[in-house]
Write a protein that binds this ligand. Structure first.
Ligand code: URA
Ligand code: CA
Length: 433
């Protein structure tokens, strides 16, 4: 077999065999196929696409390029969720404790923040002592003890994805549904959970800019998940404003704690409850969404959800007194309010601009090895649908970077748009089973 022939075949829009796809991944990861050939191949895939079988073979070959984590020693139903990335998206920190408190095993490998979106690992590290570097042996031990662990992807999981992702990034071939789906699903399948819910974001702050492409990606990922024998569902949710009110690492942790204590952002709660209820229905724990919702409400009311969060923090080395008293989180030395220049109903808030503002204040990375200010970020007092008077406070920024303040205030002010009429915000756009 020659890789040149495989490139030629895809260029001619023919369907690749399982053997050809396996040959590609195996030899690319071994360093026997050079990047320049793979670049041409990715572009051929971009234009001529992969069908479901080809995408499945690609995903499987990618999984087999590295280690998989065997969770068979963990008793119970193991569940995982994935969000395609948003701004102010702290769902994992709310959903995980909720699922653990109703009896699921929430086993999650998370990532760091990149570009304008935050990462769960960075958020958790804002809790002093919290350790995300946990090997699979201890991961299993913690899961058996408390039903929940959120760790970094430290072991050799899907090395093919690391190579392919950086090459896609450098060759304008990121935005192909088969390449996205294989990249996401290979990492999810490598972790041996039983059920998966995918939250596909759409809108100005998301990877998918329109509903149609989000639907296509969701359908493909659900089909792929099922082909691997995993119960898989997806939902498409709006990112036409940041999901929660807080954007920034410790700010988002505090918000998640507030939601788990029965306060905090309505939208964060809505999405977390929706995903949790999907798992409860999928695994026949309840017969309706209504029944699921009332059980989840009770887990918040009786304190078991926040107790699970504290248990996770303690078992992963963190200081749980920060959860009891969020005033312990360090406050930035520069805290400034931003006031509206207009009156009206908030129509939309460019999530990407708020994400960039938060990054500029120190909460995110410009380069991969940038050190974060875990307490920096933005808090939004006004969201879509709220009425704002000219001169009223719309947001507060937290930072140590005096030189960024002026630019960030301008960016946030511009990110808001207003209307004379109140707009409804449709958070959950579509559900795909
Ligand atoms: N997230 C991933 O992990 N991979 C992609 O290709 C896109 C988003
Ligand atoms: Ca975020």
């Amino acid at each position: 077999m020659k890789f040149l022939d495989i490139i030629q075949k895809k260029k001619e829009n023919r369907i690749l065999t399982e053997e050809e796809i396996n040959y590609f991944i195996k030899n690319y990861v071994n360093g026997k196929i050079p990047d320049y050939q793979v670049s041409a191949f990715l572009m051929a895939i971009y234009f001529n696409k992969l069908n479901l079988d080809e995408t499945y073979y690609l995903t499987r070959a990618m999984i087999e390029s590295g280690n998989v984590i065997d969770l068979s020693e963990v008793s119970g139903i193991k569940v995982d969720k994935h969000s395609t990335g948003g701004v102010g998206d702290t769902v994992t920190l709310i959903l995980g404790p909720l699922l653990a408190s109703v009896g699921f095993i929430f086993a999650k490998m998370s990532g760091r923040g990149l570009g304008h979106t935050g990462g769960t690992l960075d958020k958790l590290e804002s809790i002093p002592g919290f350790n995300i570097n946990i090997d699979s042996e201890n991961f299993i031990k913690i899961l058996n003890k408390s039903n929940i662990a959120v760790i970094g992807q430290s072991e050799n999981i899907v090395p093919a994805d690391k190579l392919l992702y950086s090459l896609r990034d450098a060759t304008a071939t990121v935005d192909n549904v088969s390449l996205i789906a294989s990249s996401i699903l290979s990492k999810k399948i490598s972790l041996g959970t039983d059920a998966l819910v995918l939250d596909v974001k759409v809108g100005n702050g998301a990877f998918m800019k329109d509903v149609e492409s989000a639907v296509n990606l969701s359908k493909l990922m659900v089909s792929l998940g099922k082909k691997f024998g995993r119960k898989t569902k997806a939902m498409i949710t709006s990112m036409n404003e940041p999901l929660g009110d807080a954007v920034g690492n410790s700010l988002e942790v505090i918000e998640a704690i507030n939601v788990l204590k029965g306060n905090g952002s309505r939208h964060l709660k809505e999405i977390s409850f929706k995903i949790a209820s999907k798992f409860m229905i999928m695994e026949n724990m309840v017969s309706s969404e209504k029944e699921a919702m009332s059980i989840l409400e009770e887990k918040i009311r009786d304190g078991s959800a926040i107790e699970k969060f504290k248990e996770m923090v303690t078992l992963q080395g963190g200081d749980a007194t920060y959860i009891d008293d969020t005033n312990k989180f360090k406050r930035s030395s520069i805290i400034k309010d931003i006031y509206s220049k207009e009156s009206g109903y908030v129509k939309s808030i460019e999530a990407i601009e708020i994400g960039i503002a938060s990054r500029d204040l120190g909460a995110g990375r410009h380069k991969k090895d940038d050190v974060l200010d875990l307490n920096a970020g933005v808090y939004l007092h006004k969201k879509v649908g709220d009425f704002v008077e000219k001169g009223e406070k719309i947001a507060t920024i937290y930072t140590e970077k005096e030189n960024e303040v002026e630019g960030v205030i301008e960016k946030i002010t511009k990110a808001y748009s207003f209307s004379d009429k109140r707009q409804d915000y449709k958070l959950i756009i579509e559900e795909i089973d």
